[in-house]
Design a protein. Sequence first.
Length: 156
Amino acid sequence: MLSKILRVGRVAEPAPPLPGGVPLRRELTGSVQVRCVDAGSCNGCEIEIGQAFGPVYDADRYGARLVASPRHADVLAVTGPVTRNMATALRRTLNATPEPRLVVAVGDCAIDCGEFAGGPGVQGPVDSVVPVDIAVPGCPPAPEAIVAALRRVTGR
């Protein structure tokens, strides 16, 4: 088995070039802890986030790690339009996250409510409830786009 590991090497996507764009606040350097918050999505973005942290795209190699508590997080990755029932919970989650912190809106629904726009239970997009630092478009966004956004945060 060891000889096969040495022969095959690392089975992961090659690192894409570091994404450009508007520079972020540089309070966050090095590795970051990411807390995912589903504010009312269809679960498509969560599947792609899982792929971004899986063995193929391996966001861990760029210094991003998923955590279970907002008290340990540096970044909130919010998916879906914010429903009326989740607006207060999202604000509380943001308040529980220590400064400095960033919010990443993942997917079209988080950016502009997507297919759920105008629904009776929809409060609005994420930026209508909490300030958003990075938006990752797509329905659902590709794991490469999610990793690129996290690389912008970590600077790696």
